[in-house]
Design a protein around this ligand. Structure first.
Ligand code: PHB
Length: 385
């Protein structure tokens, strides 16, 4: 009798000890919470937390403890900010970020410290190209993907010449490179590439150049607050009526209320859209709207939501023990994500292989009007995995 009681007490004590060793999984958000991309960071965090809440607040039976750093979309502070989460907070998983330049430094810090990183936005091609690694996964896109798809659409529309305009940093350069590749492969010609420093929004002189050059179309990458201003300035300059404006879908995602009439009818390409007729998206949107009544669900929220789904797949495979890194990463690499955008898998380099939708702005919606590129995989040039 006494032995049984002692055994019971021992078992209970051991149980508590085991549970507390793994009681929480520490997730570090490195995201922009200020500046032109602040809303994007917020949407990613919202999406991530929504998925966790849908699972009853736990993943693989573990509580999730959150740590946060505002990276300000500033590459010069990126390594220091990453180390706040890696060294000071000792997070198990990094989730970040939005800005490609910041993400390049974050990926390096993740690799060097053997920390698993899930990128819920930044599209820097190199991260799943020459710098690809087993620690780093992405639930978003490469900058090349929507740009390349739009290059094909521009050709199909019969445009022969185009000007590109963007911010002078990795995302802008790579999105417009992708457009040029898709467009020129089919016989189009990019006649001029205009750039201004990130996050500047003084577009006037560049718009004057576009008006003088009169290309068949303009392709652009801008996002967040900068995208709002660009779309309005383009319309105010009278160009909206004469030279069609095409964009990576970030141009009009999460921005439509602020852009108003200036955005109506714009065509963009992206891996998410309004009006996707799938049950997962309907459920996601209903839940998101219920949880965050003042914010419309957008591509950034979806990418955050899917980052949590990817993490859940990894944690489930190791019964919540994030220290089993290889097994966790193996499961993440092989995951099939039931995303609001449609189901996707990851390439060997860790980037989604996904449909790129053609969308048209109708009212406050980026309405899907077709598939610009089916199951598009980034070429992952230079990845040796
Ligand atoms: C990027 O820097 O990679 C980036 C930023 C904002 C977007 C998309 C890509 O909306």
């Amino acid at each position: 009798m006494q032995k049984t009681i002692i055994n019971t007490i021992l078992a209970a004590a051991l149980g508590v000890a085991c549970a507390s060793a793994n009681a929480t999984v520490k997730v570090g958000f490195m995201l922009p919470y200020s500046g032109t991309y602040a809303k994007l960071g917020e949407a990613i965090e919202n999406g991530f937390k929504l998925y966790v809440a849908e699972q009853g607040g736990k993943l693989a039976g573990q509580d999730i403890e959150y740590f946060k750093v505002d990276d300000e979309s500033d590459p010069s502070k990126a390594t220091e900010n990453a180390n706040r989460l890696i060294k000071r907070d000792q997070v198990d998983i990094l989730v970040g970020t939005v800005h490609s330049g910041v993400a390049l430094a974050l990926a390096k810090a993740a690799k060097e410290s053997d920390t698993t990183l899930i990128i819920p936005n930044a599209g820097a091609d190199a991260i799943t190209g020459p710098l690809c690694s087993k620690e780093v996964f992405r639930t978003s896109f490469t900058n090349w993907q929507p740009g390349y798809a739009m290059g094909q659409v521009a050709h199909e529309k019969g445009y022969k010449t185009a000007i590109t305009i963007t911010w002078n940093y990795a995302a802008g350069k790579e999105a417009t490179d992708g457009f040029k590749e898709g467009f020129e492969k089919l016989g189009g010609k990019v006649v001029k590439r205009l750039m201004l420093p990130f996050p500047k929004v003084e577009f006037q002189s560049l718009l004057t150049e576009i008006a003088a050059e009169k290309p068949d179309a303009v392709f652009t990458f801008f996002a967040g607050g900068g995208a709002v201003k660009f779309v309005k300035d383009y319309a105010d300059a009278g160009l909206g009526k004469t030279i069609p404006l095409l964009g990576s879908g970030f141009l009009t995602d999460g921005t439509l209320e602020a852009q108003g009439a200036a955005a109506q009818g714009l065509l963009t390409t992206l891996h998410y859209a309004d009006g996707l007729d799938n049950p997962k998206d309907k459920a996601f949107r209903a839940d998101y709207t219920k949880t965050y009544p003042d914010i419309a669900p957008d591509v950034y929220a979806v990418q955050g939501y899917d980052a949590a789904q990817l993490l859940a797949t990894g944690l489930n495979a190791v019964k919540g023990d994030a220290s089993k890194k290889d097994a966790m990463r193996g499961a993440m690499q092989g995951a099939t994500i039931d995303s609001p955008r449609g189901t996707f898998k990851l390439s060997k380099a860790g980037n989604p292989i996904q449909d790129i939708y053609l969308r048209e702005v109708q009212g406050l919606k980026n309405q899907v009007i077709g598939v610009a590129a089916k199951a598009l995989a980034d070429p992952a040039r230079g990845c040796k995995l």
